[in-house]
Design a binder for this molecule. Structure first.
Ligand code: FES
Length: 291
């Protein structure tokens, strides 16, 4: 009797010859920040300040620690300049996020002396304490040093359906859904959010319940609720009016205090609550045809 054997996987096809790499696009060098013109070591006549920086290096140890740095500074330096100075001139192992250095990308948020701040907009000269304490944003898992895990936050943004929902999409050839400037003005405030997560770091409800949908995601939901082109209110309100949704907010308002763009997420949550309550009342009181 012939022995049965497992079928062999089909031989792999030869890989196609690699295409020639596209010609490199020349990239302009980043302009050096003014901080880098400072001397590498404390120098007579140059002002110095101290930063006490949270460090967490999971590849070395599970225990976080604080490291103090003394650096030269001038009055137009922000906290991010100081961190870049440390990274470039003192300690290249220090890890943190930043990108635009102008309050737009929202990636440089950290707790500075216990307050959530955009470090690219926080001047060293305005800080009351020396050393100033720089820590990762409160309430988020820390991946390394000052870098937090943004994944849970991204899932919250997704959960509020941040896109136009139409009962029926019109064909592309019939053009875009148009708005007047006044209709844009209705949701402009909420659309200014840069998703820096400062509002979450300041929110006591989020500190207590990490599943809370939270301020920025709620402001994003309201931005689409107020959009004249959207027809998905019932769906979106159902997504935010859940057990860990808008009803959890106790209107402390700290999220709006720390918001660098005046989005007023605390107000946005209260508006969503009113919308959700109105929709619920209508569904109870009105016949199906007139809701
Ligand atoms: Fe972009 Fe600060 S670096 S907001």
């Amino acid at each position: 009797m012939a022995l049965r054997t497992a079928p062999r996987p089909a031989p792999a096809k030869p890989a196609p010859a690699p295409k020639a790499a596209p010609a490199a696009v020349p990239v302009a060098p980043m302009p050096a920040t003014k901080a880098l013109s400072l001397p590498a070591t404390p120098t007579p006549g140059v002002k110095t300040t101290k930063l006490r920086v949270f460090r967490y290096r999971p590849e070395r140890s599970d225990e976080p620690f604080y490291q103090e740095y003394t650096i030269p500074y001038h009055d137009d330096m922000v906290v991010l300049d100081a961190l870049n100075y440390i990274k470039d001139r003192v300690d290249p192992t220090l890890t943190f996020r930043w990108s635009c250095r102008m309050g737009i990308c929202g990636s440089c948020g950290m707790n500075v002396d216990g307050t959530p701040e955009l470090t690219c907009s926080t001047y060293l000269k305005d800080l009351k304490k020396v050393p100033c304490v720089v820590e990762p944003l409160a309430g988020f898992p820390v991946l390394k040093d000052l870098v937090v895990d943004v994944e849970p936050f991204m899932r919250k943004l997704e959960s509020v359906k941040p896109y136009l929902i139409r009962a029926e999409e019109k064909p592309l050839e019939r053009g875009e859904y148009r708005q007047t400037p006044d209709q844009v003005e209705v949701y402009r405030q909420q659309s200014m959010c840069i998703h820096c997560m400062l509002c979450y770091a300041a929110c006591p409800v989020y500190a207590h319940d990490p599943r809370f949908v939270g301020p920025a995601a709620s402001a994003l939901a309201l931005r689409y609720e107020l959009d004249s082109r959207d027809q998905g209110s019932a769906e979106r309100l159902a997504a935010v009016a859940t057990e860990h949704g808008i009803w959890q907010c106790t209107f402390v308002g700290e999220c709006s205090v720390v918001c660098p763009k005046d989005v007023d997420p605390a107000g946005a949550i209260q508006q969503l609550k009113a919308m959700a309550a109105t929709r619920l009342m209508r569904s109870v009181l009105l016949p199906l045809s007139s809701r």
